[in-house]
Design a protein around this ligand. Structure first.
Ligand code: ZN
Length: 235
């Protein structure tokens, strides 16, 4: 395992299918290629984020889940949990936090990857999509203090789902990153994973250019050809 990874098992939360591929698929591919284990948890169905085809929501949901499963396989991830919340209408509720806590307690990761709850600048439409903000905050509330505390969601304990304390969190797409992972050897896999989200992508050639230039920018400071950036928090 590369020295930047002092953990083995990661649970990645994503508001929609594809957000995590944009944010951290290169790091995930690196982790799994070095013997790490990664599980994905997708919060909403993403049934509204479709450009290419006109379909019924049920068909879109099935299509996006298949695309996400295929994208996961490209980077060595075999397990994807779908929480199936409504796209675009995510609410920060006890019920949502409980679903997230349940996933953490069942998967028992060393650390969690998620969107950064500190991103609140509202300076980009895509980045500050409602589901992104709500996911970031709800995951934060789930990882501290709920997931590791017996005082929260005691009803889960009755069904054998016991508290699990994670070691920390890495936030992708962070406005102020402090952790940089060299993905020069896995950027092709990241692009390949993003290709699997066919229903989302209008112009793959341009998207690939954008992905590569964003990864170049992230790597510049650390003299890496391509990187992904995170803000990390340790307990
Ligand atoms: Zn999204």
């Amino acid at each position: 395992m590369a020295k930047e990874f002092n953990f083995k098992k990661v649970l990645v939360f994503s508001p929609h299918p594809d957000d995590l591929d944009f944010g951290c698929a290169g790091t995930v591919a690196k982790l799994t290629s070095e013997g790490g284990e990664v599980v994905y948890c997708i919060i909403t169905n993403g049934e509204k984020g479709i450009h290419k085809v006109k379909k019924f929501p049920k068909e879109i949901i099935a299509m996006r889940e298949k695309e996400q499963r295929d994208a996961a396989k490209v980077v060595g991830v075999n397990k994807v949990i779908f929480l199936r919340e409504k796209d675009g209408e995510l609410e920060h509720t006890r019920a949502l936090i409980k679903k997230i806590v349940k996933a953490i307690r069942q998967v028992k990761p060393d650390i969690v990857f998620s969107l950064d709850p500190a991103n609140l600048n509202f300076d980009s439409f895509g980045r500050f999509h409602r589901d992104h903000r709500v996911t970031a905050e709800a995951v934060f509330d789930a990882i501290y203090p709920a997931a590791g505390s017996i005082a929260f969601f005691s009803e889960l304990e009755k069904s054998g789902i016991l508290p699990h304390q994670i070691q920390g969190a890495w936030f992708f797409s962070a406005a102020k990153p402090d952790t940089f992972i060299d993905i020069s050897r896995t950027i092709d896999k990241k692009v390949e994973a993003l290709r699997r989200h066919e229903g989302q992508i209008n112009d793959m050639a341009n998207l690939e250019k954008w992905i590569r230039s964003r990864a170049q920018d992230a790597g510049k400071k650390k003299k890496m050809k391509y990187a992904e950036a995170f803000r990390s928090l340790t307990f």
